[in-house]
Design a protein around this ligand. Sequence first.
Ligand code: NAP
Length: 260
Amino acid sequence: MGLLEGKRGLILGVANDHSIAWGIAQALHREGAQLGFTYVGEALERRVRPLAEQLGAPLIAPCDVNHDAEIAALMTRTQEVFGQIDLLVHAIAFANKDELNGPYLRTTRAGFLLAMEVSVYSLTALVKAAEPLLAPGAAILTLTYHGAQKVIPNYNVMGVAKAALEASVRYLAADLGPREIRVNAISAGPIRTLAASGIAGFRALHRSFAEQAPLRRNVTIEDVGNAALWLCSDLSRSVTGEILYVDAGFNIMGLSSAES
Ligand code: NAP
């Protein structure tokens, strides 16, 4: 029997088959979870629907997380299809390309607010709306990056957003813990996805990561999927409010000899 047999959940953030959310969806489905998927707009529906159908998804619905009405409609639909849910995966982030290039100091007010709304507040908005549907023992998972903790060139406002997202994980975990609902994040190493392609210099960062990480390689969406499986299963039932690094050990390193 699979680790997630009988579990039902929602996964937000599949844009295509390179998405981290797709790696997570495949791992959760492999262990028996039934998953609902979301998309933003018709163009994305055309890419997400065939993937979701591959996993026999009983729910494929629109949800732009910037609109409370779309979140509410998603939860209504979720209740109709699943009743309660045991899993909620948030793999969503966005910042304007202009903000992911050059000094952080140039961040605009509008760019800052947009990045925070899509990449940070959306987790709280989704959890708030999903709360009545969350079954005891449910697991909530989001995705963060090392740029929340250390300065990564060009990551800029997204680093600030990820720091706020990591703090949100702790506050939500404290709120929901008494109901046996857990909230965690995976801090993934760099992976070549649509979102990552917006960060200036990402290819070079991706290359140098593999040279510096203790395991001397990059991580894959399958690696993140398997770690997500652990965090979504009862195997991690006493883990909440944590940031799990899935980054081939990169975060434990100090300055490389070239920099020191
Ligand atoms: P991705 O495939 O481009 O996924 C990003 C997702 O966010 C897309 O599905 C995108 O949908 C969605 N999104 C953006 N704005 C949205 C909105 N207003 N409403 C709903 N969904 C929205 O890229 P990814 O790298 O897998 O990103 C997933 C998560 O992993 C993000 O939180 C990212 O910061 C994090 N992460 C990525 C890396 C990496 O190196 N790739 C490393 C660590 C953490 P649209 O395409 O329709 O906009």
